[in-house]
Design a protein around this ligand. Sequence first.
Ligand code: PEP
Length: 247
Amino acid sequence: MRTRLVAGNWKMHASKAANRALLEAVAAGAATVVGAECAVCVPFPYLAQAAGLLQGTKVALGAQNASEHAQGAFTGEVSAAMLAEFDCRYVLVGHSERRQLYGEGDAQISGKFSAVLAAGMTPVLCVGETLEEREAGRTQATVARQLEAVLARSGRAAFATAVVAYEPVWAIGSGRTASPAQAQAVHAFLRQRLLPETRILYGGSVKPGNSEALFSQRDVDGGLIGGAALVAADFLAILAAAAQRKE
Ligand code: PEP
């Protein structure tokens, strides 16, 4: 059975004071949740603060990116091994904002995925189509291409632990979400290329009001949550919806 996962992506939103309040509230709320795991992916400078605040809680720590290189002259980059030293368990790889705003391509992303695995952490590989690709009927071809690059390098067995997040680009931060049926269709397509035990999260404007319907789909194993992860009550409501999903 796949344990559902709800992971927050804070993006570039944080401050020491705000983090403390948010993490204390999330940790307190998550303490009594059974049936779903949760994680928060925080900006690099706050990893140490978050690791301290989350120690002994049920909330796992994650980062939002990692270098594909192990070490060296890569100014401004952060290696996977560095993240592991701060108790990171999850690392987002290939988020659409990295692909679109920072030009990350499939080859680089597969290198990042492999580096995260090598450092003993769990990559969360983000895949998803743009609106243009969806309207051109290229949703499956797009996510298959994004996934194939990683499969070719790391192999299908890597997905016994690695997580995939299907995030249609048109749904991220837009308030527009894929319908449960649209999400399920892509998740089922991805599942054919993965393993029965691979966790496939849905991301894109997940809110308390739509999470239950999304998580009720057979191949939706939780969510990657952006905006709603910054509001403890919303994030916890989404976590509760994941924990309650009926088989
Ligand atoms: C994301 O950043 O991965 C995301 C899904 O954002 P939002 O929930 O705000 O759409």
